[in-house]
Design a protein around this ligand. Sequence first.
Ligand code: HEC
Length: 112
Amino acid sequence: MKKIFGIILMGTLILGFLGSAMAGGNYRKGKYLFRKNCRACHMENATGPQQANVLEPSTYTMTEWTAAFAPEKADTYACKAEWEKATPKGIKDIYSYLYKFAKDSPTPAKCK
Ligand code: HEC
């Protein structure tokens, strides 16, 4: 009986951990998706359909990224359609990538 409780407890902990990791977005995937869906326009000498502001993780602080990704804010962007193409899950991943390497994060990064 004790053993079963132990197994159930472990399972709950593992599921809880996976769940929270997923809710926070996957920054590795986000990096890939950002390059695929966003960089074409948001880089220096963009080769995409438009030249927009250069964006990379260290462009903004963590607070600024959170504000930039607020749904009511994102709805006003010229590239709203691109965000929709990236899917809500993808956007979450992209956000966690930009946030993790933000200007004031412990590991600020450019998009290389
Ligand atoms: C087809 C070109 C294009 C693509 C692809 C694109 N954008 Fe944009 N984006 C723009 C333009 C144009 C603007 C408005 C002008 C500006 O602010 O640079 C803009 C504005 C923004 C802004 C607000 C302005 C700023 O600099 O903070 C953010 C944030 C943003 N885009 C993020 C993204 C993200 C994330 C993706 C990928 C899901 C993406 N964009 C894909 C063209 C694009």
